[in-house]
Structures are given as structure tokens and as C-alpha cells.
Write a protein of this length. Sequence first.
Length: 132
Amino acid sequence: MHLIIDGYSCNPEILQDEDYLRNWLEAYPSRISMTRISPPYVLKYTGSKLEDWGISGFVFIAESHIAVHTFVERNYINIDVFSCEDFDTDKAIEDFQQGFNLCKSRTCLIDREWPLTEAAASSPLNFISHGK
């Protein structure tokens, strides 16, 4: 499963608080029954355009990863929760909306289930091929 949340925060201080994001990524995986296998990595980004600065955080989980990218000047945030195991996506959406004070958001859930056989993987109904 790949949960994508894009949103606007009503609290720009949260979007630039590296400690808040680090603590969130440290504690959050267990809240959705995932297993954190690395410390969170949080970095501040300052690009050539002022409006593009923000922080990004990433944590490896046994099931895959959780990533958060903020754009402080735009009050904007991108969130990815990617897992090979099912998890409560409604809870995750609510948790992130509350935790990052999202006043507007959109979500997308992509089923990344592994096909049971190679034949299923080659079926045009399951995959769209681009290039080779």
C-alpha cells in the first residue's frame, strides 16, 4: 500500500520544526503497527528559490518507509507512507491531518500488492509497460 497525502498546514511553525518532524518519525511507525528499523533522517533544504525551502524527513520501516517533505513558504506538505503490509489508512490520514494541522488535504491510496505469480505480473491488466 502506498498512501500519499498532500496538504496545506494552518501552522507553518510545524513545517519548519526539525525536532518535531524527527520526534514524529521516531514514534509514528508503532502507532500504525509498523516496525521502525532506522533512526529518522531529517534535513533542511534551501534551494535557489526562497519559496522552495523546507525540511524533509525519512524513516525506514521493516515494511518499507515513511517520508515527509515540507515547503514552508507555501504552507505545503507531501507525505508518503509506503508499506508491503496493510495498515489502517483512515487512521493514518487522520493522524497526519491532526499532527501537522492540515486545514486542506487530498489523499491517494495505491495498492502495491505483489502479484502471486509471474504470469500475473506480465498481465496487461496489472501493469502498463513503458519502454523496454
